[in-house]
Design a protein around this ligand. Structure first.
Ligand code: CTP
Ligand code: CA
Length: 230
């Protein structure tokens, strides 16, 4: 369904979408982060709006303009992302975690800029794992029938192929749908296009061939809407 604006199948629904990559400060000028552009999450927000939804977009450091008509909550860290998503989830019919949260954060954030040392050695940085927002949202369904969607970029390795890893992640996270990107050929960050496989907890798999991020967004909402309850 490429003409999302023509169908209003999300009218009366509230959806929460997260987008972008979180950043964990090391000191006043530095952070640990990732290359997520936020484009897929923004495309999901715009597609849901076009289909009639009330949309809350939790945006982590994306440099994209706020889409008109969407409530945008800007966050920096995984902890802030968690607070915003958990706060918005109780009113949501669907939560889509397109953001790339940093998995770890520095244990201590230096109040002063970290300086180089005389002896040329590097200051060690101790990390601690961040909360898993998708897992938490999936476990504490804020309302019955809420559809929860995760994303995963995977590569095959000696322990299994892309789909093996994706199926295991879907089960581990407890979400309803997992959108899988095969990045074995090298991840294309900031690209205008995307492809994916939409796996569902009920065992289905929908292959979405390479196309615009808007096309993938609409294919995801197609799968979400058929799983929504009244
Ligand atoms: N996710 C999340 N909170 C985190 C990490 C990830 O909500 N702290 C969500 C992402 O937004 C995505 C899904 O979980 O929708 C899968 O992210 P991924 O990084 O693939 O999962 P991880 O559990 O972090 O596994 P990995 O060790 O492969 O990075
Ligand atoms: Ca991760």
């Amino acid at each position: 369904v490429l003409v999302g604006g023509a169908r209003r199948d999300l009218a009366g629904r509230h959806v929460v979408v997260s987008a972008g990559g979180t950043r964990e400060p090391l000191d006043p000028v530095r952070y640990l982060g990732n290359r997520s552009s936020g484009r897929q999450g923004y495309a999901l927000a715009r597609a849901a709006l076009a289909r009639g939804a009330e949309v809350t977009l939790v945006s982590a450091n994306a440099t994209l303009p706020d889409p008109a008509g969407v409530k945008v909550l800007h966050v920096e860290t995984t902890a802030e992302l968690r607070e915003a998503v958990v706060g918005a989830a109780p009113g949501a019919d669907a939560v889509v975690m397109a953001a790339a949260p940093a998995d770890f954060r520095p244990v201590d954030v230096s109040a002063a800029k970290i300086k180089k040392r005389e002896d040329g050695s590097a200051a060690p940085v101790e990390l601690v794992q961040n909360p898993d927002v998708l897992l938490e949202i999936s476990q504490d369904r804020a309302r019955p029938g809420q559809v929860v969607v995760g994303f995963a970029a995977e590569t095959g390795d000696e322990s299994g192929g892309v789909l093996d890893h994706a199926r295991a992640k879907l089960a581990r996270k407890g979400c309803d749908l997992l959108v899988v990107n095969d990045v074995s050929g090298g991840a294309v960050f900031g690209s205008e296009d995307n492809q994916g496989m939409i796996l569902s907890a009920d065992g289905e798999a929908v292959d979405v061939p390479l196309g615009s991020k808007s096309q993938l967004a609409h294919a995801i909402w197609d799968q979400v809407t058929i799983r929504m309850r009244d």
